[in-house]
Design a protein around this ligand. Structure first.
Ligand code: HEC
Ligand code: HEC
Length: 256
């Protein structure tokens, strides 16, 4: 078989195009993006706000009868509600965690706009690796487990509300929730936990999220009593089945 130089050349050109294509493409994209990004994030946020939020929070963010004023919500509250997909609110029930409706860049812009309305809490900067796991565990059991359960799976509250599972919360979301106290959750300001204690708490919540389960399956991580009850049910069912089986064998022998 003869080698065909032109075929090799064509193949190389195609390979090169495939390899460089994404680079060229992303370069073009980056330039397109530069235009809106160059505008003040706050101003971009205000525009998003007018379209997506003002029907409930008012054109100037000072509230309507459908939503509260955001004057002193701060970056922490805006970031918490937007990054966990709780805002924009879909209906009148307790806001639930879902996929965010906005990109990370848009969330930053909306957060900058809401923060500019007054002086609410800033978004806490946390590095969980600086926290102390044991301290975090003590703080969590004393202040959070009553609502979110020892394993962090959440639980029902009075008046039909619930404390959500914290199994998907990212470090900034945990820290923001603690400082903001959304919905029925209490506010834990710097006088309750200083920044170091906050990092310990975040570290402990992250630890709970992938805690090993040496005793077998988690059964939803509902805690020792409900999980023990499931064990008891299966054990009893097994004993009854064995009794019936032995009884049936005996009865069979008796008649034979
Ligand atoms: C359908 C109405 C509605 C829309 C649309 C809506 N919100 Fe809300 N928002 C509410 C209500 C009601 C609450 C109070 C929720 C609660 O805590 O139960 C709230 C709470 C909030 C809070 C917390 C306020 C506080 O207590 O500090 C923030 C921040 C917020 N919204 C931001 C936004 C942003 C940003 C948008 C647009 C992306 C948006 N919301 C869209 C109704 C709405
Ligand atoms: C009185 C009950 C209560 C206590 C105590 C409480 N929380 Fe909450 N927590 C809630 C409720 C209710 C929400 C949901 C609020 C909303 O967005 O409407 C929540 C939300 C959260 C979220 C957001 C979950 C998500 O969707 O990502 C985190 C994280 C969180 N709490 C952590 C904590 C930590 C850490 C503590 C202890 C310092 C704590 N909570 C104490 C009731 C409570």
């Amino acid at each position: 078989m003869t080698t065909r130089p032109w075929a090799w050349a064509a193949a190389s050109v195609v390979t090169l195009a495939v390899a460089l294509g994404p680079l060229v493409g992303s370069g073009a994209h980056a330039e397109e993006r530069l235009v809106p990004a160059a505008a003040e994030p706050e101003e971009a946020g205000r525009q998003l706000f007018v379209t997506g939020c003002s029907s409930c929070h008012g054109l100037d963010g000072r509230g309507t009868d459908r939503g509260p004023t955001l004057e002193n919500s701060g970056a922490a509250s805006a970031y918490y509600y937007l990054s966990t997909g709780r805002m924009p609110l879909a209906d009148d029930t307790q806001p639930t965690r879902k996929e965010p409706s906005y990109s990370a860049e848009e969330i930053d812009q909306l957060t900058a706009y809401v923060a500019s309305l007054g002086d609410g809490p800033p978004l806490p900067e946390v590095d969980p690796s600086h926290g102390d796991l044991a301290t975090g565990g003590v703080l969590y059991r004393a202040n959070c487990a009553g609502c979110h359960s020892a394993a962090g799976v959440g639980g029902a509250l009075s008046y039909g509300g619930y404390a959500p599972s914290i199994s998907k919360s990212e470090p900034e979301q945990i820290a923001a929730a603690v400082r903001v106290g959304p919905g029925e959750m209490p506010v834990f300001g710097p006088e309750a936990f200083d920044d170091e204690e906050l990092e310990s708490l975040v570290r402990y919540v992250r630890f709970l999220q992938d805690a090993p389960t040496p005793g077998g399956g988690r059964l939803g991580g509902a805690g020792a009593i409900p999980e023990g009850f499931v064990g008891w049910l299966f054990g009893m069912a097994g004993c009854i089945a064995a009794t019936v089986w032995i009884g049936a064998k005996r009865a069979g022998r008796g008649t034979a």
